[in-house]
Design a protein. Structure first.
Length: 303
């Protein structure tokens, strides 16, 4: 998805011009993938620009960094402040934020000890990631990364080669997004999203263990309980997904996206279902600052 550049990037404690935010060819993470990132949405609301669950995203960035031995030389508070200042300087009302940390220049080999640590934050305008309407997904022949092969719930840069391979595969077949099974053959998640299904009034999502337990996933589960839906984290077989009443994906970039087809199987009536509609509307109310219960999830750029 092509980006529209903004003016500034925060890089190693300083604001630099977008075009100057570069790395050296011999950057350790560029070769071995042992860097980490996160993704954060910000929205234009009646009270000004608001960042959605910034503290939770930053906390996850630090968790991911620890998984690959990166000690970020800033506090979570400093990163949060950098994000807010970056949005002020770039004067973007809504879009996406990318905090990232990596092993820098000067070391080669799979032992990164002693390599410099670099940290940056970029932001840009970004609209709908997948689709405003429902999408078609396909089960990839690639499985989701095995949880014992890495820290699979950390957002490690190298992990996303797995997602890229899956997306290229399903795009070639004419689908919108990839679906991963886990190493046991159960439904895991999308290429960059969590998955939910609605069956007989119950909202079901795969349990932690072989998934990236997303922040939007957590938000939707809380919202569903507010709306009096029964919510369960349970193993989902592919055959059960095919016969679900509704299926949807969640993610920071994707938000809440209805799925009308899985592997040529039409889901429900092939239309956006009532539960998905209700949860999407409730989620968009929160990010627009319309739900006072979840005001704590919004960080307003101008206070």
């Amino acid at each position: 998805m092509k980006l529209k550049p903004t003016k500034y990037v925060w890089m190693d404690g300083k604001f630099v011009k977008w075009q100057k935010a570069t790395i050296h060819l011999i950057t350790h993470t560029f070769h071995y993938g042992a860097g980490v990132f996160d993704g954060v949405r910000f929205y234009d609301t009646p009270k000004g620009t608001a960042i959605y669950r910034l503290a939770d995203h930053t906390k996850r960035l630090f968790y991911s960094a620890k998984a690959v031995g990166i000690k970020i030389p800033y506090s979570e508070k400093q990163i949060n402040e950098a994000v807010v200042e970056l949005l002020k300087k770039n004067k973007v009302k809504s879009g996406y934020i990318r905090p990232i940390a990596w092993y820098g220049e000067g070391h080669m080999g799979v032992n990164p000890i002693g390599a410099p640590i670099n940290v940056a934050v970029a932001c840009w305008p970004w609209g709908v990631y997948l689709a405003q309407e429902s999408i078609k997904i396909m089960t990839s022949s690639f499985i989701r990364i095995h949880p014992k092969s890495t820290v699979s719930d950390a957002k490690i840069i190298g992990h996303y080669a797995n997602s890229i391979q899956a997306v290229l595969e399903v795009k070639k077949a004419g689908y919108d997004e990839a679906l991963f099974l886990d190493y046991k053959g159960n439904v895991a998640e999308g290429a960059a999203e969590n998955i939910f299904m609605v069956k007989k009034g119950e909202l079901i999502t795969p349990p932690k263990g072989s998934i990236m337990p997303g922040i939007t996933r957590d938000s939707v589960m809380k919202l569903a309980k507010d709306l009096s839906y029964q919510v369960a984290e349970k193993t989902i077989k592919l055959k059960d997904l095919y016969t679900a009443d509704e299926v949807f994906l969640t993610g920071t970039a994707a938000e809440v996206v209805p799925v009308r087809m899985v592997d040529k199987k039409t889901i429900g009536k092939g239309q956006v279902g009532p539960v998905t509609k209700a949860l999407h509307a409730a989620f968009m109310d929160i990010v627009a600052g319309k739900n006072p219960k979840y005001r704590k999830w919004l960080t307003y750029v101008n206070g």
